[in-house]
Design a binder for this molecule. Structure first.
Ligand code: FS2
Ligand code: SF4
Length: 543
């Protein structure tokens, strides 16, 4: 096995025996074979577009299948094997259409000719031969950029899949994604070609995130500032984790009038701010923190749990019968619900005891996405010009298990009173319940949303740069980011594509970035690894 796509990879080099995330070697090999097969499907899709053939089913499937290879999404070898078979079936059907239209399909070798074995065990062997450590690319730096592009495309695929579920698609996203995936098969591209392609992944990702933003706000309205209780109500309960708004909506519809309260977990917290979701009276509070604490938090939850996207960890025996997966998520032996029939989840919630009493207590605020923040842009600009707000920090990204991540808690604690902290994604659970007070009627801590809402943060930065008539890099704004999985890679590439400089990145730098590629990033974008909160704040604020 060889997997080095996420931040917690073993020794910050690669997981070679077993995934730190719990991924078994067979699943790792199957995911490599699936990625290989998708490269082949993409090669045919690229040839198809040259003769006017683009197949929506193939495009949607490409994203869905790539999404299964993200960290902490699908651990079920049978699921991945099915995706491989379907990829090849689709490829052959597409070849026939492309050929009929006069296009090229006679690939002599490579992923477009892959014939998957009939048994899963044999497929595992096929996968072992096409892993990231077997990449025939001889140049270490090109290999690094290629792998960065593939991991970034996995993130793009996740966003495009979410957007598509809510009816937002763009052929240009599918075309760009398949073109670059197909290019990873080539050995004739130079280093600079790959620098360009890596930035192009960032560009495609902005469009995918824009589609997702339109999908979420178009379906459920713009998030509004909303107080979310951290306690619970007496009675039966369902906990929804992951990132999928449509799954949550369908579950809310299906649980209406059943005496069940629905709570959010992890990245679902910002859902409380959407008018189209918060209108449900039985959609109540938030339970727990970030994904890496789920074993402890899920074990203590007295109801059913629905895991909609990343990040799933190995379910413990104590709650294995209470947890359900949907969409592309999977764990062997865990009940997978067909979209959108949540009756098994509801049934289990009714069997379980639920909470025995009400609790009152703390709450957090959500709903500070672009519409809210830009709705008070005048106030913000006035506060900056008048000197009430000195600086903005976007402290955002993923959470994770490494001890070094308490940097982000400490950083937010140390941010001076005349500065504002914007946050998004699950990294916020390091400080989300802190009361940082207000500046001129504005909260000092504003939750922009999920990692999926990074587009919203970019729009806020672009609008401010327009209002102040300066470039984004000249704004009194610093990005202090934490990464973990491949959506974060895609977002980082988007920020680089936009020319955003001076990003501080932690808790460690990606293992797939070679020393020379890192040097290019430092030279061109002034990317910096985080140091200590005290030193970084001093360097940013100059005091
Ligand atoms: Fe957090 Fe995990 Fe959102 Fe990432 S919930 S690390 O995959 O998607 O940010
Ligand atoms: Fe290791 Fe991350 Fe790959 Fe899991 S996803 S096997 S933790 S590198």
């Amino acid at each position: 096995m060889f997997c080095y796509q996420c931040e917690q990879t073993a020794k910050n080099e690669a997981c070679v025996k077993l995934g730190v995330c719990g991924k078994q070697p067979d699943v790792a090999a199957l995911q490599d074979l699936l990625t290989h097969a998708l490269k082949g499907l993409s090669q045919v899709a690229v040839e198809g577009r040259k003769v006017g053939v683009s197949d929506r089913e193939v495009n949607v499937f490409t994203c869905e299948a790539l999404f299964t290879t993200l960290t902490n999404v699908n651990f079920d070898p049978e699921d991945i094997a099915r995706f491989i078979q379907k990829t090849v079936e689709m490829r052959e059907k597409l070849k026939a259409r492309v050929k009929a239209a006069g296009g090229f399909v006679d690939f002599a070798q490579g992923p477009a000719t892959l014939q998957p074995a009939t048994s899963v065990a044999e497929m595992v062997r096929q996968g072992e031969a096409v892993g990231f450590d077997k990449d025939p690319e001889p140049n270490q730096d090109i290999r690094s950029l290629k792998h960065t592009a593939i991991f970034g495309l996995r993130g793009v695929a996740a966003y495009a899949d979410h957007a598509q579920i809510l009816g937002q698609e763009d052929e240009a996203v599918y075309a760009g994604l398949q073109e670059i995936l197909a290019d990873t098969v080539r050995l004739d591209l130079a280093l600079n070609d790959w620098v360009g392609r890596v930035l192009r992944v960032g560009e495609i990702n902005i469009r995918a995130m824009e589609l997702l933003d339109a999908a979420n706000t178009g379906t459920y309205g713009h998030p509004v500032p909303t107080k979310v209780p951290l306690g619970h109500r007496k009675g039966k309960a369902i906990l929804v984790s992951g990132h999928d708004l449509k799954d949550l909506e369908e579950l809310l519809k299906q649980t209406q009038g059943k005496g069940i309260t629905v709570y959010t977990h992890g990245e679902m917290l910002p859902c409380h701010g959407y008018p189209g979701l918060k209108k449900y009276e039985h959609f109540y509070g938030h339970y727990g923190t970030a994904w890496q604490n789920q074993a402890k938090e899920f074990a203590a939850f007295p109801g059913a749990i629905l895991m909609t996207t990343n990040c799933l960890q190995k379910p413990q025996e104590s709650y294995k019968d209470n947890i359900f997966t949907s969409g592309v998520v999977g764990w062997p032996g865990v009940c997978h619900v067909d979209r959108w029939d949540f009756s098994p989840v509801i049934q289990r919630a009714l069997e379980l005891p639920g909470f025995s009493e009400d609790t009152n207590g703390a709450h957090v605020m959500v709903g500070f996405a672009r519409n809210t923040v830009l709705g008070v842009a005048d106030k913000v600009i006035e506060a900056v010009k008048g000197g009430a707000i000195r600086h903005f920090f976007l402290v955002a990204g993923c959470d994770g298990a490494k001890p070094g991540r308490n940097y982000y808690t400490r950083f937010v604690e140390l941010v001076p009173q005349d500065c504002v902290v914007l946050t998004l994604a699950c990294g916020k659970f390091r400080f989300f319940d802190k009361d940082l007070g207000t500046i001129g009627g504005l909260p000092r801590l504003m939750d922009v949303g999920q990692c999926n809402d990074a587009y919203s943060a970019v729009q806020i930065a672009l609008a401010l740069s327009k209002a102040f008539n300066v470039g984004v890099n000249e704004l009194p704004l610093s990005l202090v980011l934490s990464w973990y999985e491949q959506k974060a890679v895609a977002i980082l590439l988007s920020l680089l594509y936009l020319g955003i400089k001076n990003i501080r990145l932690g808790p460690s730098l990606p293992a797939f970035i070679s020393p020379n590629v890192l040097q290019v990033l430092v030279q061109n974008f002034d990317i910096k690894p985080i140091s200590t909160p005290e030193e970084d704040l001093k360097a940013i604020l100059g005091s």
